[in-house]
Ligand binder design. Sequence first.
Ligand code: CP3
Length: 342
Amino acid sequence: MDHQSAFIRAIKGEKLNPKPVWFMRQAGRYLPEYREKRAEAGSFLDLCFNPEMAAEVTLQPIRRFDLDAAILFADILLLPMFMGQELSFEAGEGPRLKPALQDGPVILSHDKLHDGLSPVMETIRLCREGLSEDKALIGFAGAPWTVATYMIAGQGVKDPSALRGYAYENPEKFEILIRELEIATIDYLRRQIKAGVNAVQLFESWASGLPVEFLRAFCLEPAMRIARALKADFPDIPVIAFPKGAGVQLKEYAEAGIFDAVSLGTETDPVWASETLSQHVSLQGGLDPLLVVQGGKPMLKAAENLLKTFEDKAYVFNLGHGFVPQTPPDNVAELVKFIRAF
Ligand code: CP3
């Protein structure tokens, strides 16, 4: 089925007004109904692996706000969890992957990926059943480098770009790791598409601080190979790249000729993006999520600036990174209303 929601049309290049809108981390701790479901599930991972509950949490923001797309409720770290590391989320500490690759050898395997990730496919089927035709369902995965940073350190670190030191010390191991993640990601996203997602987004959250050659070899090129493999089987399913912090290298993503859209981080200059990237791809995102914590005039002024900058472009409204837990839901409602009326 060729899904033709406003979100998909804009991602495929249509210059729509009003702009379609969804938000990164639109399902999450800032919503009381999410916190309730998570408590009921017991833990974040129990929530991810319970298809009924995960589908419910995916649909919560769609019920509350006038959004054009839902994003599958899952996590980029579910992949390494089935490749030979044990994943846990300690309260207040973020993710832990054991054993960390930097501490010693880990045997990476693909054997458990299929069965392990099957509940996610069931979540997708339930979400698609629960969504009307005008709402798109977005699938996603972490891009190999970003997932690798967690696998190498065994946790989130302050400066993930410094983990390139591991790559320099262990070049063969590192290349195999990126390659294995690339293969697993292609398979995972193919399954998501077959289960019913209408677009996919590749989260490269840690593209900042890398030398250009490194970024090309381990961020851009793997993302291009993933997109190419998906396009070969599913030419109509759009692929969105989100290389957060890639700076001027965003231009190479835009000119790669394989991504339908590039998502902009909080730090990207919208005017530069509009002038440099928009002739090659659709654009998405850019609003500082901390302005939505603040709300009111500063938030609306920044939203207006984005809407004006991209008025004549193919653009989907979104943030420059995900909502933080202290975001007041009423500010989100006000923001969506403003975008709709613009
Ligand atoms: O609404 C959505 O955006 C969909 C679901 C989603 C989650 N994580 C749920 C989640 C998506 C798309 C992600 C992607 C993700 N996960 C990324 C890439 C985007 C980004 O934020 O840069 C990354 C780096 C991760 C890894 C991850 N997951 C971390 C570092 C953490 C802990 C930090 C935190 O906020 O606590 C998570 C946990 C996580 N993933 C939560 C949610 C809603 C919070 C879990 C909870 O309920 O406590």
